[in-house]
Design a protein around this ligand. Structure first.
Ligand SMILES: [Zn+2]
Length: 173
């Protein structure tokens, strides 16, 4: 059926708790390739983790108010982030990952929105806006464009501002 996620959802780096794990693996690899400078990489990893943990506690506090909210998302892009912060995914605009939305499927989402209190329609820069706007018009639910990676939006210069901007756009803080 053209699912682009046959081996599972690859967007795991959008859970901010996975970033230090990725940093650890990169450090391990650098140490393997360049044993001599391993202490340098490890020192950087430690200071990164320290800075990251401070950011995590800020994001956690900000995201607390969205706990239990429901959202639609265009693609299963933000699942890891949403699950981390206990936000329910009421549906995706794509009927399957990588399959463009059909009108019939979008109308199913309109039906869902009548029974459930969906707060946002989440989408990324490369998702076609037409179906997002269609759903927004039919339901009155606010559409929110989220950065999915560094440089996806002008505000997102690095891994810190990636999550700063996602949180800011969701919470309004
Ligand atoms: Zn994907």
């Amino acid at each position: 059926m053209g699912d682009v996620h046959p081996q599972g959802n690859p967007h795991f780096y959008l859970d901010p708790y996975n970033i230090p794990k990725i940093a650890f693996l990169i450090t391990e690899r650098l140490c393997y390739l360049d044993r001599e400078n391993c202490p340098f990489y490890q020192k950087n990893l430690n200071s990164f983790k320290e800075r990251w943990n401070k950011k995590l506690s800020i994001w956690n506090k900000q995201m607390k108010k969205l706990e239990g909210k429901e959202v639609f998302e265009y693609h299963r892009l933000f699942d890891y982030f949403l699950i981390r912060y206990k936000i329910d995914i009421s549906g995706t605009l794509e009927s399957l990952p990588g399959i463009p939305p059909t009108t019939a499927h979008l109308l199913e989402l309109v039906d869902i929105s009548k029974k459930q209190n969906v707060s946002f329609i989440l989408y990324a820069v490369y998702n076609p806006e037409k179906s997002v706007q269609f759903l927004q018009k039919k339901t009155g639910i606010k559409a929110v464009l989220l950065p999915h990676d560094v440089n996806a939006l002008i505000e997102v210069k690095d891994i810190y501002s990636l999550f700063d901007e996602i949180v800011r756009r969701l919470t309004g803080d």
